[in-house]
Write a protein that binds this ligand. Structure first.
Ligand SMILES: *[C@@H]1O[C@H](CO)[C@@H](O)[C@H](O)[C@H]1NC(C)=O
Length: 224
């Protein structure tokens, strides 16, 4: 095939794919596709569907977010996830939710959702919400104390955190435009990866002595 023809075919393919590139999760091709979480025989971009006749009718409802999580954790944080693994009915629909409870002073450490934009509402208390722009923004920190009833927006892929600045427990509910938004916790990823990032990489990157890196690694040796 000549170069021009290859180029033309390539451009045509890009035009065809453009809407898919702009979307997040792929569009469904049926009313529902309740995830068969045990379906191991076939691998697709998502989970395979249970037969409609076996799906039942409770896949459209969940009460898992009704209860507060236990915030007696190292970060004073309890995340109750409602992604496709917890709510198989969301499979192929491009949505999911979390409930997050915070002890006073509790924090949801800096993290990234690689596959979703997040939109959230504070249900109780006062949360400092911080969103970090990429270098394009001049590395800007956008932040505000968000109170009960108020909402916030986290563009896909940007690093962000929440911190309970109030005197009481706080909680929020967040939604994602992905059935499986994924999460990259920055401190855990840098200092608790498996296997660990070699210390010389981190001493150079962070401009500190090896002892500082080893100390930070020790804090995440047991995971989250
Ligand atoms: C919360 O978790 C802590 C630490 O694991 C535990 O001691 C406590 O009993 C839990 N509280 C409830 C209400 O489950």
């Amino acid at each position: 095939m000549g170069y021009c023809k290859t180029l033309a075919v390539g451009l045509f393919a890009m035009l065809l794919l453009a809407p898919a590139v702009l979307a997040t999760d792929p569009d469904p091709l049926q009313d529902f596709c309740v995830a068969d979480l045990d379906g191991k025989a076939v691998s697709v971009n998502g989970h395979t569907c249970k037969p409609m006749s076996e799906a039942g009718d409770d896949f459209l409802f969940s009460s898992k977010l009704a209860k507060a999580g236990n915030t007696s954790t190292p970060n004073g944080l309890a995340v109750t996830e409602l992604d496709v693994a917890e709510w198989p009915g969301t499979n192929t629909l491009g949505v999911s939710m979390n409930r997050v409870d915070f002890a006073p002073g509790g924090t949801n450490p800096p993290h990234i959702h690689p596959r979703a934009t997040e939109i959230g509402i504070v249900m109780k208390g006062e949360l400092l919400v911080g969103i970090l722009g990429s270098l394009d923004s001049g590395n800007k920190l956008y932040s505000r104390v968000v109170r009960a009833g108020e909402t916030f927006l986290i563009p896909r892929g940007l690093m962000h955190f929440q911190f309970n600045v109030g005197k009481t427990e706080a909680s929020m509910v967040v939604s994602f435009n992905s059935q499986n938004p994924g999460i990259v916790f920055v401190p855990l990823t840098l200092f608790g990866s498996n296997p660990p990032i070699p210390t010389p990489v981190l001493t150079k990157a962070l401009r500190v002595e090896a002892g500082v890196v080893e100390l930070l690694k020790s804090k995440f040796a047991l995971g989250f």
